[in-house]
Write a protein that binds this ligand. Structure first.
Ligand code: ES4
Ligand code: ZN
Length: 326
């Protein structure tokens, strides 16, 4: 029995993936050239060498800089298409993708340029690969709530392409309560809600994202473990947590994969899913995360299958699609 092969072949679902974080250095250079932009790196190798981070902010600085090569609808198509090709290679059959409109609108790129490119790639991924996809529009928490509200207003003509809203970027100093109003508006519009919480910030952010933003998934959530009562409540409610092991290692949330609290989270009965977050920056895609965790934690095939099933259950796919994925 080949466990790595089993993990490759099992049907997988990804619930925590920033499309801007799937921009590989090779594509970044290609788009820079196409758009007449000079990157502050001599080569792909040079750029890769710069991918060493001591915390979330150091990563975000490079991630926003990298996103500047994305200018045209075709650029956004090419970005998403490259990710769908990886999904096809790795048998990721359904994916719920974050995008950060403000990263682009702040640079004068229209929101429809972003959305049109992403939606065209999604349609081609379905017709060519049978991969299904939903888009989740994230608000940047280092910007104001007013800016988030403006973004939601600008997205109104495209809501049929957006399943929900999320909250990402710098967690420190920008707690969930800052975005209560815009999340209430999103709920009124019938959108699903998720938020990054308990990545670098405290367990209170997990509790408040749940309580005040009324989210149906928590992105990361690893620091919920610091509040035992909260852990019991999250487990009882089977609130999905989209955990990103490679991300937590690269951003020094944990020192080494072997010290990751995943085994503890599973033991406590939390509804854990495994995800890649920003695979181009963190050293691997969903399959790589699953394979490394399975080695490190000696997971059985049954445990792997359970984690994949958790992601199916936590997804916003239709009941019909969920049964196909199960
Ligand atoms: C992110 Cl790892 C992470 N955390 C918060 N915001 C993000 N945006 C992209 N990756
Ligand atoms: Zn993330």
């Amino acid at each position: 029995f080949n466990q790595q092969d089993f993990i490759k072949k099992i049907a997988k679902v990804e619930l925590h993936l920033h499309i801007e974080g799937s921009l590989e250095p090779e594509l970044m250079f290609k788009l820079a050239k196409r758009n007449d932009i000079t990157l502050p790196y001599a080569s792909v190798e040079d750029l890769r060498k710069a991918y060493q981070f001591n915390n979330l902010q150091e990563f975000l600085d490079l991630y926003y800089q990298g996103a500047e090569v994305l200018q045209t609808e075709q650029d956004f198509f090419d970005l998403a298409w490259a990710y769908f090709e990886t999904c096809h290679r790795d048998n990721v059959l359904h994916t719920e993708i974050f995008f950060d409109p403000q990263t682009h609108t702040e640079r004068g790129i229209a929101i429809y340029t972003v959305i049109n490119g992403l939606v065209r790639a999604k349609q081609q991924a379905f017709t060519q690969f049978g991969i299904t996809c939903e888009y989740i529009m994230c608000f940047l928490r280092h910007l104001s709530q007013d800016s988030a509200i403006e973004t939601l207003e600008a997205a109104k003509p495209y809501l049929k392409h957006i399943i929900g809203v999320g909250l990402d970027s710098s967690e420190q100093g920008h707690p969930p309560e800052k975005f209560q109003q815009v999340f209430a508006m999103a709920k009124q519009l019938g959108l699903q809600r998720v938020a990054h919480a308990g990545e670098e910030g405290p367990a209170a952010n997990v509790a408040n994202a749940w309580l005040l933003l009324d989210v149906s998934r928590i992105d990361h959530g690893v620091r919920c473990l610091e509040d035992e009562v909260l852990v019991k409540e999250l487990a009882a409610a089977q609130m999905p947590l989209t955990v990103c092991p490679f991300s937590n290692v690269k951003l020094k949330v944990v020192e080494h994969l072997s010290e990751h609290p995943l085994p503890k989270m599973l033991q406590k009965g939390l509804a854990v899913t495994i995800n890649s977050d920003d695979p181009a920056y963190f050293g691997g895609y969903l399959l790589d995360n699953l394979q490394a965790c399975s080695e490190t934690f000696a997971w059985s095939p049954l445990q792997i299958a359970q984690l994949c099933q958790n992601a199916v259950a936590a997804s916003y796919a239709s009941e019909q699609r969920k049964s196909e994925l199960s």
